[in-house]
Write a protein that binds this ligand. Structure first.
Ligand code: GLC
Length: 755
C-alpha cells in the first residue's frame, strides 16, 4: 500500500521533464503533453474559473468581463486563452477600476437580423469586423454564433439564433465563422444541440426523433462545421433523449468528429453537465468556466482509473492545438483600442440589410424626408439594441428612432415629441429596467403605452403620417410569456387603434415598427397599419438604420428567417413548450437540481417532446396548415418589384447548378433573394411539401437591370434520414426545383429525375 501511495505521489507531483527549454510549438505538442503533470492536464481542461473567483487571472490577461479563460502553463510556454461572448458583439466590461480608459464594444444586430439579410457575403464581412474588434481587445475565442433552431417563437434566446430552417442557419453561421476566424480569432458554434428552450435548461430532456435530430437540429451544425471549421463547438445544457449533450460520445465524437470531420475543441456550456470523466471521455474537451470541484473530480477520475490517461491526453492535445492558433500565442500586441467608429458603420450597414418590410399597403413607405412624422410609442424614444444575458453587449451608445429620424432630416410633431419626452422622464426607472445597461437581467418588463386621444387627433391634423414602435426585449435564462410578450397588450392595442382611427380619418398613413427580439402576434392587428417594418433588435445604430429604410435611402431587402403564423396556437410545437410557466417572476433555468437524474415528472419542464418531428416552421405550415400563415418564411417586400425567369438546371459534380435570372421591374434600385426550394417525391419516407436547399442574394439591381443568380444544389442535401436504416437515403423519383421569393411562392419551376 505504502509503495503504491509513494508511486502515486511521484506520478502526480513531479513534472515528467525538467527540460527548461521545452516550450510549446507546432511540432512538439505530444512532447508537451508528455511533459505535463496530471495536475497540469486537469487544470488545462478545467477552465481558469469564473472571474468572480479569479479576478486577478482576468486582469492579468487584460480581459475583465470576459466569459472565461483557459489556464496558462508558463513553464511549458502555454499561454492563457481568453473566451468572450457573444453573437451581437464582444462582451467585456467597459470600465476598469483605476483605469480612465473605456472598453466599450460595438453593438451589432442580433442573430435573427443577421440571418434576415440572407446575404452570406455581407455576414462574412460583419464577422471580419466583429473578429477584428475581438482581436484588438485580446479575445482569443468569440463565443458565437448561436444556431439553435427557432422551434417555438417563445424561446427566450431565439434573438441570438438564426432561423427555423437548418440550411439558412448553417450557411449564415459558416459565413460568420469564416469572417471572424479570418482575424485568427476563434469562434464557438453553439449550443450543440436541440437546446430550444430556456425553461429548466440545465436539466430539460429534449425528446427528439433521430430523423428530426439529423434533418433539423443537427443539420445547421453539420453545414457550418463542413464549410467553416469553427475552432470550438459549445455543447449544450440540456439532455437529448436521456443523455446529457456534454456527455454524449455519439454526439461529440461519432457524429461531430468521425462523420463530419470536426477538428477543434468541444467546450461545455458554462457549468453544464454533472460528470467530468464522462464529459472528457465523450469528447467534451474543455469545462468552462471551471470550478474547483470540476478539477478535483477530474483528477480523482484519472487517479482512480475511471478516466483513462489516453482520453485525458486527447483533450489536452486539442486544447494545446487551439492555443497555438491564437493571436496571444503569436505574441500579438493587441491595442485595446479598436476603431469603434468604423465598426459602428459596419454594424449599421448590416442592420440596414436585415430589416424586413412585412407590409406596405398603397406604398405607405418610403416617407420623403420633408414630411412631418408624428412619432408614437415609448420604444421610438428608447430603442432596444439587443437582447439580455450573455448575448448582451456594453455598447458606447444606442441611436433611438427619434435620433435617427432627426439625423435623416425629418421634422417631428413637436407636441407628440414633448409628450413622450416628459412621459419617458417620469417612467425613467421602468425604462431603465427594460432597456438599461443592466447586463444580465433575466427578465424585462414591457413599456406601458399611454394613449392621449386629443394629442393624437391634433397630430393627425398637423402631421403627414404616423410612426409607432412596439418593443420587446428578453433574453437568456427565461422563455417568453404568451400573454405579455407574444400578444400586443391592451395599452399597445389602444394606442394603435386610436392612432389608426385618427390618421385614417384624415387620409393619412400609419407605419408600425417592430423593435423585437422574437416574433410576436401581427395578424390580429395588421389591418390597422398601412406598413409594418420588422427591424428586430438592430444594434447600436438601430435608429439610423431604420430611418435609412423609412426614407428610402436604403431599399429594404430583408427576408423572414422564420414563419409568422396567424395565431400562436397554430404553431406545431404550441402544446409542447413551457409557456405556462413563463409568467412566473423567477428564472426557471435552474429550476431542477443538476444531479444526473433525468426526470419525467413535468411535461415541458423535466422533458420536452419534439412531437412535431421534422415539421418545424414552413415544413409544417406548407404541408398541413397553409391557411395559418400570416407571413411566410422567406417573405420580405421591397420598394421595387423583381421578376424571375430563365430558370435552368445543369448537372455538375456532386449535384446541380441552378441558374435563375432576376430582373428589377420597378422604378428604384434594390436587392432580392432567390430562394431555391425542392419538392421531393414521397416514396417510403414522408416529406415536407418543400425544403430550402439553396439561396442567393443579388447585388443592387438598377431599374430594368437583370442578374443571373447561380445556386449549387448538392445531391447529398436532397437525402432524407431513414430511421429504420439509420442512414441517409436519396429516394429515386422526380424532384421539383422551385425558385421562389418566399416559401409559398412558385415563381419558377423545373424538374430533375433521380434514378
Ligand atoms: C451562457 C450561455 C452561453 C455563453 C456562456 C458564457 O450560459 O449559454 O451561450 O456563451 O454561458 O457566457
Amino acid at each position: 500500500m505504502l509503495k503504491a501511495l509513494f508511486f502515486t505521489i511521484v506520478l502526480a507531483g513531479s513534472p515528467a521533464t525538467e527540460d527548461k527549454d521545452l516550450k510549446l510549438n507546432e511540432s512538439n505538442v505530444k512532447e508537451i503533453v508528455n511533459a505535463m503533470t496530471v495536475e497540469e492536464k486537469c487544470e488545462l481542461i478545467v477552465g481558469g474559473r469564473a472571474e468572480m473567483f479569479k479576478p486577478k487571472a482576468y486582469k492579468k490577461v487584460k480581459a475583465p468581463g470576459a466569459a472565461g479563460v483557459i489556464n496558462e502553463i508558463p513553464r511549458l510556454g502555454v499561454p492563457a486563452t481568453v473566451l468572450a461572448d457573444g453573437p451581437a458583439g464582444v462582451r467585456i466590461r467597459p470600465h476598469r477600476p483605476g483605469d480612465d480608459r473605456t472598453f466599450f464594444c460595438t453593438g451589432f444586430p442580433i442573430g435573427s437580423l443577421i440571418s434576415s439579410t440572407w446575404n452570406t457575403e455581407m455576414v462574412e464581412e460583419a464577422g471580419r469586423t466583429m473578429g477584428s474588434e475581438a482581436k484588438e481587445y485580446g479575445v482569443d475565442v468569440l463565443l458565437t454564433p448561436g444556431i439553435n433552431i427557432h422551434r417555438n417563437p417563445l424561446c427566450g434566446r431565439n434573438f441570438e439564433y438564426y432561423s427555423e430552417d437548418p440550411l439558412l442557419s448553417g450557411k449564415i453561421a459558416a459565413s460568420m465563422i469564416n469572417g471572424i476566424q479570418s482575424n485568427n480569432v476563434g469562434t464557438s458554434l453553439k449550443h450543440y444541440a436541440a437546446n430550444n428552450q430556456e425553461t429548466n435548461r440545465l436539466v430539460n430532456n429534449s425528446i427528439v426523433s433521430e430523423r428530426a435530430l439529423r434533418e433539423i437540429y443537427l443539420r445547421g451544425f453539420e453545414i457550418a462545421v463542413k464549410e467553416s471549421q469553427p475552432w470550438t463547438i459549445m455543447s449544450s445544457y440540456n439532455y437529448i433523449n436521456g443523455e446529457h449533450a456534454s456527455q454524449s460520445y455519439r454526439l461529440l465524437t461519432e457524429i461531430l468528429r468521425d462523420e463530419w470531420g470536426f477538428e477543434g475543441v468541444v467546450v461545455s456550456d458554462w457549468g453544464a453537465g454533472y460528470d467530468e470523466a464522462a464529459q472528457v471521455a465523450a469528447g467534451n474537451d474543455l469545462l468552462q468556466p471551471g470550478y474547483d470541484y470540476n478539477y478535483h473530480n477530474l483528477l480523482n477520475a484519472v487517479q482512480s482509473g475511471k478516466l483513462s490517461m489516453e482520453d485525458l491526453d486527447r483533450s489536452v492535445e486539442r486544447i494545446l492545438r487551439l492555443a497555438l492558433k491564437t493571436n496571444r500565442y503569436q505574441g500579438y500586441e493587441y491595442s485595446e483600442a479598436p476603431d469603434l467608429a468604423a465598426n459602428a458603420e459596419a454594424s449599421r450597414k448590416i442592420a440596414e440589410e436585415g430589416i424586413i418590410l412585412l407590409e406596405n399597403d398603397d406604398k405607405s413607405l418610403p416617407i420623403a424626408t420633408d414630411r412631418k412624422i408624428a412619432l408614437f410609442g415609448v420604444t421610438s424614444y428608447d430603442f432596444i439594441a439587443g437582447g439580455t444575458g450573455s448575448g448582451d453587449v456594453h455598447r458606447p451608445y444606442v441611436v433611438d428612432l427619434k435620433q435617427g429620424l432627426d439625423a435623416a432630416g425629418y421634422s417631428l410633431d413637436e407636441d407628440v415629441k414633448a409628450f413622450y419626452e416628459e412621459y419617458m422622464a417620469d417612467e425613467k426607472m421602468r425604462c431603465d429596467r427594460i432597456n438599461g445597461d443592466n447586463g444580465w437581467q433575466i427578465d424585462r418588463e414591457r413599456a406601458i403605452e399611454v394613449t392621449h386621444k386629443e394629442l393624437i387627433e391634433k397630430a393627425a391634423l398637423t402631421a403627414d403620417c404616423a410612426v409607432i414602435t412596439f418593443g420587446r426585449v428578453f433574453g437568456e435564462g427565461k422563455d417568453r410569456n404568451y400573454y405579455y410578450s407574444y400578444l400586443l397588450s391592451e395599452d399597445e392595442q389602444r394606442l394603435l387603434e386610436t392612432v389608426s382611427k385618427a390618421f385614417h380619418k384624415q387620409g393619412k398613413k400609419v407605419n408600425v415598427i417592430l423593435n423585437i427580439g422574437g416574433l410576436v402576434d401581427v395578424y390580429s392587428w395588421k389591418d390597422m397599419a398601412d406598413a409594418i417594418l420588422l427591424c428586430w433588435l438592430p444594434g447600436q445604430e438601430g435608429g439610423n438604420a431604420v430611418a435609412s429604410v423609412l426614407s428610402g435611402k436604403v431599399n429594404p431587402s430583408g427576408h423572414l428567417p422564420s414563419t409568422i403564423s396567424k395565431d400562436y396556437w397554430e404553431e406545431p410545437s404550441a402544446g409542447n413548450f413551457p409557456i405556462l410557466y413563463a409568467d412566473k417572476p423567477f428564472n426557471y433555468s435552474f429550476y431542477r437540481q443538476l444531479d444526473g437524474r433525468v426526470r419525467d415528472l413535468i411535461k415541458n419542464i423535466d422533458y420536452t417532446n419534439y412531437e412535431e418531428g421534422i415539421y418545424v416552421g414552413y415544413r409544417y405550415f406548407n404541408t398541413f396548415r397553409k391557411k395559418a400563415i400570416a407571413y411566410p418564411f422567406g417573405h420580405g417586400l421591397s420598394y421595387t418589384d423583381f421578376g424571375f425567369d430563365q430558370m435552368g438546371v445543369e448537372e455538375a459534380e456532386g449535384g446541380w447548378k441552378v441558374q435563375v435570372r432576376v430582373t428589377n421591374k420597378g422604378e428604384v434600385a434594390g436587392k432580392d433573394v432567390v430562394q431555391l426550394y425542392v419538392k421531393a417525391p414521397r416514396k417510403g419516407l414522408d416529406k415536407p411539401e418543400r425544403e430550402l436547399k439553396g439561396f442567393a442574394k443579388t447585388p443592387v439591381l438598377a431599374p430594368g437591370e437583370s442578374y443571373v443568380a447561380e445556386i449549387f444544389i448538392s445531391k447529398e442535401s436532397l437525402a432524407s434520414f431513414d430511421e429504420a436504416a439509420e442512414a441517409w437515403r436519396l429516394e429515386p423519383g422526380t424532384y421539383t426545383f422551385i425558385a421562389a421569393q418566399n416559401s409559398l411562392d412558385n415563381s419558377q419551376k423545373t424538374k430533375v429525375h433521380i434514378r
